[in-house]
Design a protein around this ligand. Structure first.
Ligand SMILES: [Zn+2]
Ligand SMILES: [Zn+2]
Length: 122
């Protein structure tokens, strides 16, 4: 599932914030990860050496933010076992035998309840 999400994640990061998005293939709604600020966002590197360091830092933090976004997206998206599409919680139904997306459920005339949005626990 996480490997699948990695391929679906769109990078929307800019120079100051790391942010990623996933689009539901069923309803088209766009989910965005919680933005993570680059630690050196405001600091303008004065020398070439500092610039190289900042760039390496950016790449490292970007990779970490990407993993965080994948771990976050897991709670908002589901992989339909039938059509192999990634759909949001509103488009994924918990059915008696096999959980599936709305389209597949309609096609197979299965009935189920949509996955409810998880209540964030802090
Ligand atoms: Zn959806
Ligand atoms: Zn499906």
């Amino acid at each position: 599932m996480k490997q699948f999400l990695r391929e679906y994640l769109t990078d929307r990061s800019d120079e100051e914030n790391f942010i990623f998005s996933v689009t539901c293939t069923e309803c088209g709604s766009v989910w965005k990860s919680t933005p993570i600020r680059f630690s050196k966002a405001r600091a303008k590197p004065l020398t070439e050496a500092k610039h190289i360091i900042a760039q390496a830092l950016y790449e490292r933090e970007h990779a970490r933010a990407f993993e965080d976004a994948v771990n976050e997206a897991v709670h908002h998206f589901n992989l339909c076992p039938l059509c192999k599409r990634l759909v949001c919680n509103h488009c994924f139904l918990i059915c008696d035998d096999l959980d599936m997306c709305r389209t597949c459920a309609g096609y197979l005339q299965e009935e189920g309840e949509a996955v409810l949005e998880e209540v964030a626990v802090y």
